[in-house]
Design a binder for this molecule. Structure first.
Ligand code: 9MR
Length: 418
């Protein structure tokens, strides 16, 4: 038979470490999701098992399978073999799907990229592509990334065939065509390095205003979140960047989160810093009404785009190469648990006014879940009950526990009455 202390120790990890999507939904987000690497799902059972667990990942996004080069490599010939891998996996497991991406300069087949176009001919090609691909996935996507990475790293407009043909009119054109192809899906602009609040963020704010001023529909902005350990902005600076967009009436989400080590192997202190950085990113989403979810760009360091692009860098995800949970996983789980067990009463909704109508495959929730019960101490302060949260970064609730329990620190974001 277990003593009370031993029993508490046995139960404590379960109380702290719920699974990520379950915790995210309890914390008021619509989902915690991951990208799916098409080449790995059928060859790696461990990968498939974690990826297909809806409690861990409530939403999937195809890493490459829905891009233009995958879906219409030759003009007028559409193929969904790669994209359907994600759609079928999500369907099988009851998960939602983000859809990625339509108008992008990269992974664009040469027949589009190098074609000689007039406005009319390119508009027709774009409409045909969207009508077919978005038509094929109609009813299955929570959101589509309609325009991806239209801003260069220095904040100028990124050159591409769409810009050279239409100037910036291609932005509103793309959103209008997307609306015609699927009137019910959320339409997003998606980009990286919006997190730093620099020239690129300014331009993306302008982009949203341009689309809105043209009377075209835009529902959301995706912060890709390809970040670097030790250089990730603070939780409050990240929230400031997110709020610049929600102030325009669109929702926001982290859509491709990974935080890479710039040299490998990572030391144990670098792994802790990575955890802090992940907690700040996820925490900033929790802090902003209108930030609706977080998607990681893969979940295991076994499979990531980073080493191919940034030689010698990587290990940017929540699970290691052997599918062990890293300190970053614990940090994310803890920051979600902290919010899930005690959301502030003032955070009434996770959605902006333009974000109504989540798909049935995703749980819609608000951030007004009940505060855990507490009683008043003789000194007048509230006392937390057994298992309840009693501390952690950003915690404003009770810090003392009902007798005989004591407040035990689990990590920087979560202390618990045990
Ligand atoms: O992860 C994707 C990788 O497998 C591809 O080779 C690469 C090609 O551009 O695209 C990667 O995904 C990108 C995403 O579609 C858009 N944002 C940046 C991502 C990382 O490069």
């Amino acid at each position: 038979m277990h003593s009370k202390t031993a029993l508490a120790a046995l139960l404590a990890p379960a109380a702290v470490s719920g699974q990520l999507n379950d915790l995210a939904v309890r914390a008021g987000l619509k989902y915690f999701g991951t990208a799916l690497r098409e080449g790995s799902i059928n060859s790696d059972a461990s990968y498939a098992a974690i990826l297909g667990n809806k409690a861990e990942f409530g939403q999937l996004v195809p890493e490459n399978g829905q891009k233009w080069e995958s879906t219409e490599p030759t003009r007028g010939q559409f193929t969904y073999t790669q994209g359907d891998i994600t759609a079928n996996t999500a369907k099988k497991n009851g998960q939602g799907m983000r859809c990625h991406t339509q108008v992008w300069y990269s992974q664009l087949p040469s027949w589009v990229r190098d074609g000689s176009w007039t406005k009319d001919t390119l508009r027709s090609v774009m409409a045909t592509h969207m009508n077919n691909v978005m038509g094929h996935y109609k009813g299955q996507c929570y959101a589509w990334d309609v325009v991806n990475e239209a801003v260069a790293d220095d904040g100028t407009w990124r050159p591409n065939v769409f810009l050279s043909t239409f100037s910036t009119d291609y932005l509103s054109l793309s959103f209008n065509l997307a609306k015609a192809a699927d009137p019910d899906v959320k339409l997003y602009y998606n980009d990286y390095n919006l997190e730093y609040n620099g020239a690129k963020t300014d331009r993306a704010v302008e982009l949203v205003k341009i689309v809105q001023a043209a009377g075209a529909p835009i529902d959301g902005v995706g912060f890709q979140g390809h970040l670097i350990v030790g250089s990730t902005p603070s939780r409050s600076n990240l929230a400031t960047a997110l709020r610049r967009f929600t102030a325009l009436g669109v929702e926001v989400a982290y859509t491709e989160l990974d935080i890479r080590h710039s040299s490998l192997p990572a030391s144990s202190s670098a792994l802790v810093t990575q955890g802090n950085d992940f907690a700040n990113v996820v925490g900033s989403c929790l802090d902003v009404a209108g930030c609706i979810g977080v998607t990681v760009w893969g979940f295991t360091d076994k499979y990531s785009w980073i080493p191919e692009t940034f030689s010698g860098q990587g290990d940017a995800l929540l699970y290691d190469k052997n599918f062990g949970k890293k300190p970053a996983w614990t940090s994310v789980s803890s920051v979600l648990a902290a919010k899930a067990t005690n959301p502030p009463a003032s955070s009434s909704s996770s959605s902006s006014s333009s974000s109504a109508g989540a798909p049935t495959t995703l749980t819609t929730s608000t951030r007004t879940t009940t505060t855990p019960p507490s009683t008043t101490s003789s000194a007048g302060g509230a006392l937390q009950t057994q298992w309840g949260q009693c501390g952690g970064n950003g915690w404003t609730g009770p810090t003392q526990c009902q007798s005989p329990f004591t407040c035990k620190k689990q990590n920087d974001w979560y202390s618990q009455c045990l």
